[in-house]
Design a protein around this ligand. Structure first.
Ligand SMILES: [Zn+2]
Length: 144
């Protein structure tokens, strides 16, 4: 099971691409792991260094990783990097080929060997997948 904190959902809502000129946004997902459950505490927001376009979001490491490290420190290692999120200007978002190759690349890089959580924030729904090092992972479905 996967839970998002109120703060995380607010961050997602603030970046939904409602207007035709809104650019894609994204960042890291930070949270804690409780057995098979995950709680997403915080989503980092785009920095001025990130490349934001209507149909592309490229996250630069600077800023996001500093926040992740700081949270890890202040939480004594309980809040850690769990994955990535970005928006799509679609009602029901689907990952692009580029998203998928980027997710696989980031998943391989994870030191703890856990699959990476990937979230796409669409205009109406979320797309959520637990991405392994290669290929497709398990897709989550909402329970509420
Ligand atoms: Zn995408």
């Amino acid at each position: 099971m996967l839970h998002f904190s109120k703060l995380t959902l607010e961050t997602f809502c603030q970046h939904v691409q409602v207007s035709d000129s809104d650019c894609e946004a994204g960042g890291l997902l930070l949270g804690s792991v409780h057995g098979v459950h995950m709680l997403i505490e915080q989503a980092t927001i785009p920095t001025i260094l990130d490349k934001r376009f209507r149909y592309l979001f490229e996250r630069m490491p600077f800023g996001h990783e500093a926040i992740a490290l700081a949270r890890w420190g202040t939480s004594q290692g309980t809040i850690r990097y769990l994955g990535e999120w970005h928006t799509h200007p679609e009602d029901t978002p689907h990952p692009s080929g580029l998203d998928r190759s980027e997710w696989n690349r980031l998943s391989v890089k994870r030191l703890d060997q856990r699959p990476m959580l990937a979230v796409i924030v669409g205009k109406k729904t979320l797309y959520i997948e637990l991405v392994p090092c290669s290929g497709h992972g398990s897709v989550f479905f909402p329970v509420e």
